[in-house]
Design a protein. Structure first.
Length: 521
């Protein structure tokens, strides 16, 4: 460990004496690490000092006439604000003993003050501190080498990934957690770190690290994060390549990681990333197998597909099933596939998926629709979901899912079900075809008449057809007399050249109104 004032006070060759009583200092004052010692008699030496150092002085700066207690307080205040770990006063050089105002100022600011006897040169104090720092760095480097060797050996075990994470936890005396590509906790060491018996502060730390891990994954780039909570330092590091993150490694403990510990963590990040990346080729092979099984399923050989699925991933979803269709971008398909593989493992028998050209097909057991909607929301996808079906009617179900997806792209990300589309009726599709131009041409005479005469024939015509061609109901809706409605409809018939007493004529105009869309007045 790095030198501290407490350790220096126990070095008999230095004969240092603590002037400020320990009981009147902050609890950690004597245990704050000291990185170096510097001597100066300047009234403001802070421009030449670094935080974590110890200052040695003979007090020449206090020999000038007119030095007051306030000057002592300001001097110590500057040292404390600059982050110094302690102050050593060399006695019997300029004056005997330590000035009382200096002691009072150190107590006021919580800065430890020690006397350095005349026979002990400042260079001896600085050299002792330097030797202790060198010893600590050598010890930490030796520890880091031993820790990395132990972790490398752990990686050779059959459960390599778990073994290296467990070894890392033992070496650092930190808890270590691994989150998968979904931000779900998959491994933690020690295994009881976050169990039900954990303290409130531990649970709060876990909630914090879980949120931070999810944020790093959503960002989609290699990154690290350092979070302090309840006296604990949380360190997070993404695993995997840019735009293809495999997960997040998280560590927590009461002490912040030093350089040696960070080197060990870096080696584990590399090993864990390699272990996860080694599955990449296997994932690609599984993807090709899934695509082949899907085509076999479409060919009608359900038994063969079911037997292979049972061996590879678990049971094929039992009918009735629903088919989901979405079209992810090539840059995100790997992350989506990995996410779905994890869902298959967590929900056996509820999901089978495969890539078919540019489409991603999901076969879901009835009741598992939430898996598809969660996927679309998480990855900003437009999806379509078929009605329930069996495996003999997959072609029809795919067609339904595609039609529903076509409707989905017209709105926000998420899933549109074919049942929703079918309930809107056949005429609802007219506005999505070339019929719009024909419809507007059909209604143009009425529109032109309204523009010239300032009338409401088109509005009245739409309301009349929507109310089953009932004059009284239309009049009530528009707030006019039924004879006015009747007169407007007759005028519309004349302008259109249509006899609207017949069903085909009414159906044609109604279809035109639907197809023309909101652009029509």
């Amino acid at each position: 460990m790095l030198p501290t004032l407490r350790r220096l006070l126990h070095r008999p060759e230095l004969s240092l004496r603590l002037v400020t009583p320990q009981i009147e200092l902050p609890s950690v004052a004597l245990d704050t690490p000291i990185e170096w010692a510097h001597s100066s008699d300047l009234l403001d030496p802070t421009p030449f000092l670094s935080p974590g150092q110890m200052l040695l002085t003979t007090g020449t700066q206090f020999s000038s006439p007119g030095i007051t207690d306030a000057d002592y307080a300001a001097y110590v205040g500057r040292l404390k604000h600059h982050g110094l770990s302690g102050l050593g006063f060399g006695t019997e050089v300029i004056r005997d003993g330590t000035p009382a105002p200096l002691k009072a100022a150190c107590l006021q600011h919580g800065l430890p003050l020690v006397e350095v006897p005349y026979r002990v040169p400042f260079i001896a104090v600085a050299r002792t501190i330097g030797d202790m720092v060198a010893e600590e760095r050598y010890a930490r480097s030796t520890w880091a080498l031993r820790a990395q060797r132990a972790i490398s050996l752990a990686a050779l075990r059959p459960d390599g990934l778990s073994a290296i994470l467990g070894e890392l936890s033992r070496q650092l005396q930190h808890w270590v957690a691994l989150f998968d590509a979904r931000g779900t906790l998959t491994r933690v060491f020690p295994t009881d770190a976050f169990d039900a018996a954990a303290t409130t502060s531990v649970r709060r730390s876990f909630d914090m690290v879980e949120r931070e891990a999810g944020a790093l994954l959503r960002r989609g780039q290699r990154a690290s994060s350092l979070v302090a909570i309840d006296g604990e330092t949380l360190t997070l590091q993404t695993l995997g390549s840019r735009d293809h993150l495999r997960g997040v490694l998280a560590l927590g403990g009461s002490a912040q990681l030093d350089r040696a510990s960070q080197e060990v963590v870096t080696s584990v990040v590399a090993l864990a990333g390699l272990a996860l990346e080694q599955n990449n080729a296997l994932d690609t092979a599984r993807g090709h197998l899934r695509s082949g099984l899907w085509r076999t399923l479409l060919g009608g050989d359900t038994d063969l597909v079911a037997s292979i699925c049972e061996e590879m991933w678990g049971a094929l979803p039992t009918p009735p099933v629903r088919i989901g269709v979405t079209v992810p971008s090539d840059t995100r398909i790997s992350r989506i596939t990995e996410y779905l593989e994890l869902q298959v493992a967590d929900h056996p028998g509820q999901l089978f998926f495969a890539r078919d050209d540019t489409e991603l097909i999901l076969c879901l057991r009835a009741g598992g629709e939430r898996l598809f909607s969660d996927l679309c929301v998480r990855f900003d996808l437009h999806g379509g979901l078929s009605d329930s079906t069996d495996y003999r009617s997959l072609h029809r179900a795919i067609s339904e899912a595609r039609r529903a997806r076509d409707r989905s792209v017209e709105g926000t990300v998420g899933v549109v079900e074919f049942d929703t589309v079918s309930r809107q009726g056949v005429l609802a599709f007219l506005a999505r075809t070339d019929a719009r131009d024909i419809a507007r041409a059909t209604l143009a005479p009425v529109q032109g008449y309204d523009q010239v005469h300032g009338s409401d024939l088109l509005l009245t015509l739409s309301a009349w057809l929507e109310n089953n061609a009932e004059f009284a109901a239309t009049a009530t809706l528009l707030g006019v007399h039924r004879h006015t409605v009747r007169s407007r409809i007759r005028q519309a018939e004349a302008v259109l050249g249509r006899d609207l007493s017949t069903f085909p004529a009414r159906a044609d105009i109604w279809a035109a109104l639907l197809a023309a869309g909101p652009a029509s007045p």
